[in-house]
Ligand binder design. Structure first.
Ligand code: NDP
Length: 314
């Protein structure tokens, strides 16, 4: 089967262009959405994530501020900072980059963010709103999955969606959103019996388990739509050679850089069996940042435009 590639970079560019045009309009009325990113410690991956989020803010004309704190910052110090950001009128979204250092009570810090500024959608108030179908801040990666399906004109209603992974940041909220779109939803995890058979029932298969290339052809029904959330960096030459045998350009890049990114779905098998799929990289990942920008604009509209009707979101 000649599978359609769902190009996350192209969809992200369209979303960001729409947001930029909306922000240009609101800026003329003096409203510029603002995002504060809190980065604790010097985890290299976190630094890159925050940098990319700030770049996206710049690209759409939003205000952004990065607050960098040393790894030895205490829970009390972080709580005080979040309180200050909660009270600032120019900040609509607060992002506390995870993981936080081990000694910090991450749950307490995340719960201290004003739910109206919780652009990651991790606050229990927003989790409850999502579960009960009320408008709230929705986690970015699951929102990105729905955005990809809708913008690719892939129907959701009545389809059977199988999600592998039940994390609070991806699997569970993805299930809620797909349910809200009238899919029939099955959630799988590490104790699911006969995972390949359950996955093969999926019209839409969401892979969010963090196991590189684990979902091979026996997990994918012929003609399914496959959304691959997983991101793993591989360095083993034999393994990369096996997984990317179909992609000589990527193998050449691996030989230069010494690493390659893969998702949770076997990149060679998925293109042979699925009708459409998100590649890794360049599929789900780019939408996560675009949805963060969308959440920040949404938070600004709700907080600063009293007549704004939030029920249409997302
Ligand atoms: P977690 O580790 O929090 O959750 C993984 C889930 O997968 C768990 O529910 C676990 O089951 C399940 N799982 C693990 N192994 C298996 C297995 N062998 N069979 C069935 N289920 C299994 O991961 P996250 O949800 O945070 O992330 C998942 C992946 O998505 C990672 O690769 C991560 O890097 C990536 N990611 C990508 C993002 C993006 O923007 N593209 C954003 C966020 C994450 P159990 O609950 O039983 O342990």
């Amino acid at each position: 089967m000649d599978a359609r590639i769902l190009d996350g970079n192209a969809i992200r560019d369209r979303v960001l262009a729409e947001l930029a045009s909306e922000i240009a309009g609101s800026a003329r009325q003096g409203v510029v959405p603002g995002l504060a990113a809190v980065l604790v410690g010097d985890d290299p991956a976190s630094r890159i994530y925050v940098r990319n989020k700030i770049r996206a803010c710049n690209r759409i004309g939003a205000f952004s501020e990065t607050i960098r704190l040393p790894a030895k910052t205490s829970t009390a110090e972080l709580l005080a900072l979040v309180q200050e950001l909660n009270g600032r009128d120019d900040i609509d979204g607060i992002l506390v980059q995870l993981p936080l250092p081990r000694d910090v009570d991450a749950q307490q810090v995340l719960c201290s963010v004003d739910p109206e500024k919780d652009v990651d959608g991790f606050h229990p108030v927003n989790v409850g709103r999502l579960a009960s179908g009320q408008p709230g801040m929705v986690p970015c990666t699951p929102r990105g999955l729905i955005e990809i399906l809708k913008r690719s004109a892939i129907p959701i209603k009545g389809r059977h969606a199988v999600i592998v992974g039940r994390s609070n940041i991806v699997g569970k909220p993805a299930a809620m959103l797909l349910l809200a779109e009238h899919a029939t939803v099955t959630i799988c995890h590490s104790r699911t019996r006969d995972l390949p058979a359950v996955c093969r029932r999926a019209d839409i298969l969401v892979a969010a388990l963090g196991r590189p290339a684990m979902l091979t052809r026996k997990y994918i029904r012929e003609g399914a739509v496959v959304l691959d959330v997983g991101i793993s960096r591989l360095r083993d030459e034999a393994e990369v050679g096996r997984l990317l045998a179909h992609a000589p350009n990527r193998l050449a890049r691996f030989r230069k850089t010494g690493s390659a990114l893969v998702g949770d779905v076997h990149p060679g098998h998925v293109r042979e069996v699925a009708s459409a799929f998100t590649p890794v990289p360049g599929g789900v990942g780019p939408l996560t940042i675009a949805m963060l920008m969308s959440n920040t604009l949404e938070a600004a509209k709700r907080r600063r435009q009293p007549s704004y009707d939030a029920t249409a979101f997302p």
